[in-house]
Each structure stands twice: as structure tokens, then as C-alpha cells.
Design a protein around this ligand. Structure first.
Ligand SMILES: Cc1cc2nc3c(=O)[nH]c(=O)nc-3n(C[C@H](O)[C@H](O)[C@H](O)COP(=O)(O)O)c2cc1C
Ligand code: SF4
Length: 421
């Protein structure tokens, strides 16, 4: 595997390193200047559409398109929810951004409020992310104490409860409304009926930070970073067997080899990489070492950029065991309101666990293949779809290992339980 020079452009993480702590409102304004006044809804929506920014919370939905949809349902009474739940276990980029650049996120939220016609902003931060929550609370207070000719949109903070589904958009809205973080059935869509029955935009914190820079520098500037079909930069979380794991900002289109080099290189032989997080997919490094991290191109290969997780699995770790651990987590995260999710994910997790420890039944693998095709699309939220897409990638990438575990009831790896974040 060749070593390559990393390509990266710090944009949302430009300025003092995240290790320097939280940038104050004064320092933020001194570094970037004031946020330009975008007075008309249409101007803000058109700007984001022209930028081509895709959401960074996992699904990669075009931000401008979402703003237009919410704006179409609102008449000045919409709500913007800033999603800082960061419930994905392998990701830490959102909390890094919240700790380091809370004012940039709030600039983006203010722009989104203008775009969709919102008179309220709710900042929704994972209860476990204590530093991020404190930084966002402080940033909100700094703004509230400012004397300003313009009446700012009121902002308040809500703690997101623990749990993977708590970060899902409809679960976030349900929690804000009724302190119950379970996803709700659609329709109605939250873009029409959301927080307190009002049209609601739920947007990831990183997406909003990019939007704030697009307002300052323009759509063309945003598009000048990145190569391939998706433009701009993205903040990613690199983990697993690399020398310097951590959060990095990369140009979209940077290859996996370059990401590994950026993180100090591999610590040992590598076999696979988990892309996109627990909702993403395994990929065989022999096939994807030189693949660009380009959300649009990845979708065409049945892979997902997701929330920007890149986690390297060492060559002597067992893919079946690493998969069993993630499936056990996913099954435990079911909000237990849809049968295929509750029972299906549990059955897949238990059979994978049996295979991993060498106690599989004679037909576990056949049943796993069948079950993994029967669950998608049958839950109220995307949890089961994400979990089985991830599981199917494991069946593909570790197919020899799964067969060995089934046939010989053993694992060929010396460090069976070593794995990813
Ligand atoms: C099970 C599940 C968990 C999710 N958790 C998060 C999360 O923690 N943070 C987040 O921004 N988006 C999360 N999402 C995606 C949100 O539903 C939503 O698409 C996102 O917040 C929209 O922001 P974006 O368009 O800027 O990406 C999750 C989705 C699912 C299905
Ligand atoms: S699909 Fe699963 S996690 Fe989603 S709402 Fe239904 S039971 Fe809950």
C-alpha cells in the first residue's frame, strides 16, 4: 500500500486548533468578521442550493433543498433544531466542532432561521457531551448579552438523552415536544409539523458551520475545495490502527490512503475499513485503499460517507467479532416500537455472536443472509435499514471468515476481539 501526501483544507476548523479550547464571540468576529446580513429568505436558500452542500449528519441530503422545503411550509413560525446529539459511537467530530467553534455553528443556525422563516432556534446537544454542551450554552449566553440593533432569533438549549435513535430527526423533535426520544411515523413530515406543531428544520452542527462560511465567502468559494462529484470539505473521525487517530478536516475526494497518511500512517497491517460509522459499511482495503471519500461516488458503490467515520481494522482482528459487537449495540438501540427492528436486529445480533465465539448452529449463516434481506424499510426510522446495510457489507467483506466460523466453528485470527472504535 503506497504512502500518499494528504490533501486538506481547514475551513470550519481553520484558526486556533481545537485543543486551544472554545473560540469566544469576540475572537470569532475578529477572525472572520461579522456575519453578512442576508435579509431575504430566497437569497439564503438560493445561496445554499448553489453551494451544493450536502448534510453532514449522515444521510447526505442537499441542505439548500431542505431549506426550500421547510420555507415552503412556514410563514415566519418555523423552528430550527441544531442537531448536536452525535449519537454515533464512532464519531467525535460534532462535539469537537461544538467545543471549538460554537459561534460558527450559531451563525449558520441564524442563517438557516432566516432561510426557513424561523422565530426560534433549539440547540440539541447529547447529554454525554458535557464540554460541548457547556461551550454551546456559553456561546448562546454571549450572544444574548450582546447589544444589537437587530432582534436576534431566540436560542435555547435542550439536552438530548442517551441512545442512538435520539439523534434521528423525528426523535429529536419528539423529545423536544414530549421528552420521549422515539422516532415518529411519517407523514406528517417534521418539515410540515415538527416542534410544537410548527414546520421544523433539523440540521447537523457541521452542516450549519459550513453554511456560515458559505454566507461569508460565497458558493463558488465553497465549491473550490474538494475533487470529484462532491465539493467542499468535511470533518471526519479517524480511528482504529493508525498512529494519530482523531478528528480532521479533509477535502472531499481525499482518498482513504491519504486519510491514513494524514493520521500518521498505519500502525500495523490493515485489512478493512469501516466507513460512515455503525450506519455505514465495511470495505475491503485491498479494493478501496485509493478510493476517494466522495459521498456521491461512494453511494454508487453501495458505500456511505455517513457522518464521516473512517475506522481501520487491523489484519489480525476478526471481522466477524467486530461485526458481532456492532450488531449487539444496534440491537440494543432499537426503540422497541417496530417488530422487525426489535426482533430482527436481536436475532441477527445473537446469531452473529454465536458464530463469532464458535458456537454457531449449522444453518446460522444461511439464516443471517435471509434475515438481513427482510428487515429494511419495515421500521418507523432508519435504524434497521442502516443496521442491515452495515451487516450485509460484513457478509460481503468477511465472507471467507463467516464461512470458516460456520464450518469449522473457530476463528483464524490471533486477536479475535481487536477492532474498531
Ligand atoms: C438512528 C439515527 C441516528 C441519527 N443520529 C444523528 C445524530 O446524532 N446527529 C445528526 O446530526 N444526525 C443524526 N441522524 C440524522 C438525522 O436524522 C438528520 O438526517 C440530520 O440531523 C439532518 O442534518 P443534515 O441534513 O445536516 O445531515 C440520525 C439518523 C438516524 C436514522
Ligand atoms: S425502526 Fe426501530 S429504532 Fe426506529 S422507531 Fe422502530 S423500533 Fe424504534
Amino acid at each position: 500500500m503506497s504512502k500518499a501526501a494528504p490533501r486538506n483544507t481547514a475551513r470550519v476548523l481553520a484558526g486556533p486548533p481545537p485543543s486551544a479550547g472554545t473560540e469566544s464571540l469576540k475572537d470569532h468576529r475578529a477572525r472572520l468578521g461579522p456575519m453578512p446580513q442576508v435579509r431575504h429568505q430566497e437569497d439564503a436558500v438560493a445561496l445554499l442550493e448553489a453551494s451544493g452542500l450536502l448534510g453532514r449528519g449522515g444521510a447526505g441530503f442537499p441542505v439548500g433543498k431542505k431549506w426550500r422545503s421547510v420555507a415552503g411550509h412556514a410563514s415566519g413560525n418555523a423552528v430550527v433544531v441544531v442537531n448536536g446529539a452525535e449519537s454515533e459511537p464512532a464519531s467525535s467530530k460534532d462535539r469537537t466542532l461544538m467545543v471549538a467553534r460554537p459561534q460558527l455553528i450559531l451563525d449558520g443556525a441564524q442563517l438557516a432561521a432566516t432561510a426557513v422563516g424561523a422565530d426560534e432556534i433549539v440547540v440539541y446537544v447529547g447529554v454525554e457531551h458535557t464540554r460541548a454542551r457547556a461551550a454551546m450554552a456559553h456561546a448562546i449566553a454571549e450572544r444574548a448579552s450582546e447589544r444589537s440593533a437587530r432582534r436576534p432569533t431566540p436560542i435555547h438549549l435542550v439536552e438530548a438523552p442517551l441512545g442512538y435513535v435520539a439523534g434521528e430527526a423525528s426523535a429529536a423533535v419528539h423529545y423536544i415536544n414530549a421528552r420521549d426520544a422515539r422516532p415518529t411515523n411519517k407523514p406528517p413530515r417534521i418539515s410540515e409539523v415538527g416542534v410544537r406543531g410548527r414546520p421544523t428544520l433539523v440540521q447537523n452542527v457541521e452542516s450549519l458551520a459550513h453554511a456560515a462560511l458559505i454566507a461569508r465567502h460565497g458558493a463558488e468559494w465553497f465549491r473550490s475545495a474538494g475533487q470529484g462529484q462532491t465539493r467542499g470539505t468535511a470533518v471526519i473521525t479517524v480511528s482504529g490502527s493508525v498512529t494519530r487517530p482523531g478528528v480532521r478536516e479533509i477535502d472531499l475526494g481525499t482518498t482513504i490512503a491519504e486519510v491514513a497518511a494524514y493520521a500518521g500512517g498505519a500502525r500495523e497491517g490493515l485489512q478493512a475499513v469501516l466507513l460512515g460509522g455503525y450506519f455505514g459499511a465495511w470495505s475491503d482495503l485491498a479494493e478501496t485503499w485509493d478510493m476517494p471519500l466522495d459521498p456521491v461516488a461512494m453511494r454508487a458503490r453501495n458505500l456511505s460517507f455517513g457522518s464521516g467515520v473512517v475506522s481501520f481494522l487491523p489484519a489480525d482482528a476478526c471481522g466477524v467479532s467486530a461485526t458481532a459487537r456492532i450488531m449487539a449495540f444496534m440491537a440494543g438501540e432499537s426503540a422497541k416500537q417496530c417488530g422487525p427492528c426489535l426482533y430482527g436486529l436481536r436475532a441477527i445480533a445473537d446469531a452473529t455472536q454465536r458464530l463469532a465465539i464458535g458456537g454457531g448452529r449449522y444453518d446460522d449463516l444461511v439464516r443471517l443472509e435471509r434475515w438481513s434481506g427482510q428487515i429494511a424499510g419495515r421500521g418507523a426510522c432508519g435504524l434497521p435499514d442502516g443496521a442491515v446495510a452495515f451487516f450485509q457489507s460484513a457478509l460481503r467483506v468477511f465472507s471467507a471468515e463467516f464461512r470458516l466460523h460456520q464450518a469449522a466453528r473457530r476463528c483464524s485470527h490471533p486477536r479475535a476481539w481487536a477492532g474498531v472504535a
